[in-house]
Design a protein around this ligand. Structure first.
Ligand SMILES: [Zn+2]
Length: 88
């Protein structure tokens, strides 16, 4: 995402980032990437994410490289309440 750090080491714990992620089961998907919200877990001190913005199951952690992004995720991102992905 534009303006966002490219690697996890640059991410600031406590903030949330929208990142591209690979589908959990690429063989059943028509797209290479979904979007999800990456959240810092202070308990485990690791970054984690849930399902894609569109609700599909995705792999853990940001995907690298390029790929066709899910249109549903992009549509949802555009209506996603901004305060949910800004600094808490
Ligand atoms: Zn999606």
């Amino acid at each position: 995402m534009t303006g966002k750090p490219a690697v996890l080491d640059d991410y600031v714990p406590g903030r949330k980032y929208v990142v591209p992620v690979a589908p959990l089961d690429p063989a059943t998907e028509r797209v290479d990437r979904h979007l999800t919200v990456l959240i810092w877990d202070p308990g485990t001190e690791e970054w984690g994410n849930g399902v894609a913005l569109c609700g599909r199951a995705v792999a853990r952690g940001p995907a690298t490289g390029e790929g066709d992004c899910c249109r549903d995720c992009i549509t949802i991102l555009n209506i996603y309440p901004r305060h949910l992905i800004e600094q808490e």
